[in-house]
Structures are given as structure tokens and as C-alpha cells.
Ligand binder design. Structure first.
Ligand code: ZN
Length: 310
């Protein structure tokens, strides 16, 4: 496996109501819940993972639903748009589908690619885009969301920044991305290491308000590496660039490193190994509450405080 950054691994955001979040992502958008676990740093809170059938890196959107959290404000120093690839000709069907669930949406365009722009129930900005080169990843399908419209996984994410140069330097000099195109204050970076989920847009907003973490905002953006040996090579590169980075952390389904890039966005580097089938079979992914072993003795208490999903 190549010792490169392989595009996006997952994106994590914050929600308020767990049930509302679950309904929106599994029923309206038709994603698969591939893991229902808890926040390893705050086990009284769920950690939901939504993705394709396998929870393939590059398709995974995760949430911490904190029931009493105040709404956040998207702004500089965070990822402010999460964009999924969808098939050509599906945007109108999506617009009608979202409208049936009282979600208003608007068709826009960047770099010649049309996309549908809308927000989730907490105000998180989502886009469904039709890439110029069709995305060939196999979709997860539900009764209502079939392959003709289903999301294929991430196309890109947009980072809003007061100043893009230092962040661009991390992408190009450490992560192996290159500048692909510019449109106004939007700078598109891409890695050639993967065919999908390889785009990061940097939006230069010198007068932009700093983002404020809360419901409906991004928490961090995780980049993908094949395994933890390669991950540790990146740890050395990041340290030698003068940035601080955590030690390797075991997240049960992948190993993680976290660092704050100079523009303020929390970046993670996450591994493909061991993956989501480590504690339940593929056909059962997401169907029961999975706890890391340190919390298993407290399962009874944890289940009492977590909201019951219908
Ligand atoms: Zn993460």
C-alpha cells in the first residue's frame, strides 16, 4: 500500500438530538449506520458513524449528539461544507425528496460541477454534487434511496480560513495534495493518490467570523492512511514541520493522530485498519450499541443515560 494520504477518512460533526440526527442521515439521506458507539472521551454521549455498506473510509460522516448543546456558528477555522458525490441526473430527484421532508435546497455550481446545497436539522451545511468524472463507488441502498440517486461517499470538504497559505502548505508539503483550480476565493486542492474523496477546497475569508463550536458545526476532518506504520511516518513529518500532534490513539475501528493545522481546523490522520467489522459482522453493522472494552463494565449505566433510538 502506498505510503500516502489517501484522501478523506471521515468527517466528524456535532448534533443536538440523537433521534433527529439518526432519522435524517439514515432515512432521508439513506446512509447506513455502520457503528453505534459512544464518545470514547465522554461515554455518556453517543458516537454515530454513517457510511456505505462497509463504512469505507471516504464515506464516513460521524456525529456526537449532545442533547443539550447550543447551536454553533460555522465560520473560519473549521470545515464549513461537506459534499457527497451523487449520480448525474439525480439532483432534481434529491430536491423533491428533501422538500418532502421539509428541507429546502438550492442548485448551485463550483468549477463546472452542479450541486444541491442544504442543511441538516442542526444547520450543518451539506452538498450533493455531480462530479464531472462519475463516481464509481458502489452505494448503500435503502428502500427509498436506490442506486440511481444514492450518495457514493465524499466528494470534498470545504475549509473556511482567514488566511489559506499555511493550511495549503500542510496539504501540499506534508499531505501530497496539489492546487487544481481557483474560482474567486475558493482554492481547490486534490490528491492523485485516490480516485475519490481526494478534494479539499480552501475558502479564503480574510474578514470572516471565527467559527463557534456547537450543534450543526464540524468538529474535525480525518485524512486516511493505509495503516499505522504509515501513520507514524506522517507523525514525524508533522512534528518536524513544527506543529504539535498527539500520540497514536486506539479508536477501536482505526488508529488516530490529531493536530491543529495552522488555520485552526482540527485535523486527524486515521488508518484503514482494523475497520468496522472488528466487533460485529458486516450484515449487523450499527445494529447494537458497541462499547470499547474499558466501558463494557459500565454498560448498564451508560445505556441508562443514552437516549433510546426508535
Ligand atoms: Zn475522528
Amino acid at each position: 500500500m502506498e505510503n500516502k494520504i489517501l484522501g478523506l477518512h471521515h468527517i466528524t460533526a456535532i448534533a443536538a438530538d440523537a433521534q433527529r440526527n439518526y432519522d435524517f442521515y439514515t432515512k432521508v439521506l439513506g446512509l447506513r449506520m455502520v457503528k453505534k458507539t459512544v464518545n470514547f472521551d465522554d461515554p455518556g454521549t453517543y458516537h454515530f458513524y454513517y457510511g456505505d455498506e462497509h463504512g469505507t473510509p471516504g464515506t464516513i460522516l460521524t456525529f456526537f449528539p449532545w442533547e443539550h448543546i447550543m447551536p454553533g456558528r460555522a465560520g473560519t477555522g473549521m470545515a464549513t461544507e461537506i459534499t457527497y458525490a451523487v449520480p448525474e441526473g439525480s439532483l432534481e430527484a434529491w430536491r423533491e425528496r428533501l422538500a418532502r421532508f421539509n428541507v429546502s435546497s438550492e442548485i448551485k455550481e463550483h468549477f463546472g460541477e452542479p450541486y444541491l446545497s442544504f442543511t441538516d436539522p442542526d444547520g450543518l451545511q451539506l452538498n450533493l454534487i455531480v462530479p464531472k468524472t462519475p463516481d464509481t463507488r458502489a452505494p448503500w441502498q435503502t428502500d427509498e434511496v436506490k442506486a440511481d440517486i444514492a450518495t457514493r461517499g465524499f466528494h470534498s470538504t470545504t475549509l473556511s480560513l482567514k488566511e489559506i497559505d499555511a493550511t495549503a502548505g500542510v496539504l501540499t508539503d506534508i499531505f501530497g495534495y496539489r492546487l487544481l483550480a481557483q474560482e474567486g476565493n475558493r482554492y481547490r486542492f486534490i490528491t492523485d493518490a485516490v480516485a475519490n474523496a481526494g478534494i479539499i477546497d480552501l475558502l479564503a475569508l480574510p474578514d470572516g467570523q471565527r467559527g463557534h463550536t456547537g450543534a450543526g458545526t464540524n468538529h474535525h476532518v480525518a485524512f486516511r492512511v493505509a495503516n499505522d506504520a504509515i501513520q507514524m511516518e506522517f507523525r514525524e513529518k508533522i512534528l518536524s514541520s513544527g506543529l504539535e500532534i498527539t500520540p497514536k490513539i486506539d479508536r477501536d475501528y482505526f488508529f488516530s493522530l490529531y493536530f491543529r493545522e495552522p488555520g485552526g481546523v482540527l485535523f486527524e490522520i486515521a488508518t484503514d485498519n482494523p475497520g468496522f467489522t472488528v466487533d460485529e459482522p458486516l450484515e449487523k453493522l450499527g445494529s447494537s450499541l458497541k462499547l470499547p472494552k474499558q466501558y463494557e463494565p459500565a454498560r448498564g449505566e451508560i445505556e441508562k443515560v443514552l437516549p433510546v433510538l426508535k
